[in-house]
Design a protein around this ligand. Structure first.
Ligand code: HEM
Length: 146
């Protein structure tokens, strides 16, 4: 069974996730390094990034469940990518973003808040960029940029 709408939404949302996680991560890193307070706008982006990640998680889970037998029967590098790497890495990245945001919110000091978002979001960003099936990769063969 295919669900083109959900697949397209998931595909498009990658850019929202990547841009928001990168923006929030770098803005908080800049504030931390430059000893400047967090701007409300940057905090809003950190929240938006977490929400987008959670939406992406739900869409991804639905896509995976409705096509479970297809992924399960895949073999080789591409099979391993869809059965383990994409899902496993993305779930870890989304957990990191969530921990970063929640622990930042709980922290009392401004610098600790900034450091937590900076570290957790930027590690998550690397994982997300790595686990996306970009068209130039073997696992992304035949896929587009959108
Ligand atoms: C930050 C998180 C995530 C990002 C940025 C992301 C990104 C992507 C991208 C770009 C595609 C290719 C779409 C296309 O070719 O049109 C894709 C496909 C897919 N993703 Fe994710 N994903 C994320 C998380 C997840 C999670 C958590 C799951 C499952 C629990 C998941 C399951 C899937 C499935 C099943 C497909 C479809 C593969 C197919 O074409 O048959 N994704 N994802």
């Amino acid at each position: 069974m295919d669900n083109y709408f959900l697949l397209f939404a998931h595909s498009l949302l990658r850019y929202g996730v990547v841009i928001a996680v990168a923006w929030a991560g770098f803005a908080h890193l800049r504030g931390f390094l430059g000893n400047r307070p967090i701007l409300n706008g940057d905090r809003a982006v950190a929240i938006a990034a977490m929400v987008l990640c959670h939406i992406q998680l739900v869409i991804g889970l639905i896509l995976y469940l409705i096509n479970y037998s297809t992924y399960n029967s895949m073999t080789g590098d591409v099979g391993r990518f869809w059965k383990m790497e994409h899902i496993g890495t993305m779930v870890i990245a989304i957990v990191l973003v969530t921990i970063g945001r929640v622990s930042s919110k709980k922290a009392k000091e401004e610098r600790v808040k900034q450091k937590r978002v900076a570290i957790f979001y930027l590690i998550a960003l690397v994982l997300i960029l790595w686990a996306i099936p970009w068209p130039l990769r073997e696992v992304g063969h035949g896929r587009g940029w959108l």
